[in-house]
Design a binder for this molecule. Structure first.
Ligand SMILES: NC(=O)c1ccc[n+]([C@@H]2O[C@H](COP(=O)([O-])OP(=O)(O)OC[C@H]3O[C@@H](n4cnc5c(N)ncnc54)[C@H](OP(=O)(O)O)[C@@H]3O)[C@@H](O)[C@H]2O)c1
Length: 287
């Protein structure tokens, strides 16, 4: 089995590559740039993978509002070209998407299932939703995995940043911390997502699946739990999304229902337990 992984230096990619079976080709932007159509098909033809896994994305939600063309090229057009190139070499295609395909239904208060109609409220969310449709249309052997609130030991883009690390850094600076309390989601450890992805892959699943840790919370509650588990006393205040005033809109409620995953026998642990695992690994110097 030959598996090509794009975005192998991202936080999910770094946790997924060592868990995959067979011969794994850990690709970076230097190997295939999703914004450059000419760099895709030739490279896959050389590698002849059985499976192509795409962990790469234009993943900067606020920046995407300022550079929509690039976000659409990477998250939609590039994904379509990749899925098509995978089909041409006879490979299955595995692609990651996001809870941010939801948000338009402001009154929503129950978890979203794979059959619910999406409605994004940002350039990032819209471009990722288009990527889902295009991938599924371009390669019939496509598996799209929507996930949420990722944090992994390698930080976003390998640059040492994720929400947990940001909170711990702010706590270390001793300053008051204000965090939004009106966005409900499920923080998910990339290590847990990577393990579940490998299990799901082994079932031969195609189509759309939701994978997150279990439970739901807000970014404010997550920050409080990070500080509680780390035994840090921090001046923490809940604020609204309106007060935070980020360039991109976010869903008020984007908790994903993972029942379809459970029905194939795969369940992830509760998010506070996954967080504890991350903080333990951190303490043990594994991060
Ligand atoms: N992070 C989250 O909270 C979250 C939530 C829901 C869903 N997701 C989805 O989960 C997947 C993995 O996310 P992640 O947090 O692991 O992302 P990440 O850490 O930001 O990694 C993304 C990777 O994509 C690469 N990349 C960016 N633009 C590229 C391009 N034009 N061509 C090729 N590679 C490119 C980056 O390379 P460089 O290092 O060179 O920039 C980086 O290695 C993505 O599909 C994302 O949309 C993430």
């Amino acid at each position: 089995m030959r598996i090509a992984v794009l975005g192998s230096l991202g936080q999910l990619g770094r946790d997924l590559v060592p868990r995959l079976p067979g011969e794994v080709f850990a690709l970076t932007r230097a190997d295939i740039d999703l914004s450059v159509p000419g760099s895709i098909a030739g490279r896959l033809a050389e590698l002849k993978p059985d499976i192509v896994v795409n962990c790469a994305a234009h993943n900067l939600v606020d920046k995407a509002e300022a550079e929509p063309d690039l976000a659409w090229r990477v998250n939609a057009g590039g994904v379509r070209d990749l899925a098509r190139a995978a089909a041409t070499v006879g490979a299955r295609f595995v692609h990651f998407s996001t809870d941010y395909v939801f948000g338009l239904d402001a009154g929503r208060a129950s978890p979203w299932s794979e059959t619910d109609a999406p409605g994004p409220v940002s350039i990032y969310g819209a471009s990722k939703l288009a990527g889902e449709y295009l991938a599924l249309a371009a390669n019939p052997r496509t598996l799209v995995i929507r996930t949420c609130g990722l944090y992994g030991v390698h930080g976003t883009g390998g640059k040492g940043g994720n929400f947990v690390e940001t909170m711990l850094r702010l706590a270390g600076q001793g300053k008051p911390v204000k965090v939004v309390d009106d966005q409900h989601c499920t923080p998910t450890a990339t290590a847990d997502l990577a393990e579940a992805t490998v299990k799901l892959l082994s079932t031969g699943a195609t189509g759309l699946f939701h994978i997150t840790n279990a439970g739901a919370t807000t970014w404010f509650e997550l920050a409080r739990e990070i500080f509680r588990q780390s035994q840090l006393s921090v001046d923490l205040t809940p604020i609204s999304s309106e007060q935070f005033n980020a360039p991109a809109r976010r869903p008020g409620f984007s908790v994903l229902d993972c029942g379809k995953l459970a029905r194939v026998g795969i369940e992830l642990r509760d998010w506070p337990e996954a967080l504890a695992g991350y903080l333990e690994a951190r303490k043990a110097g594994k991060i």
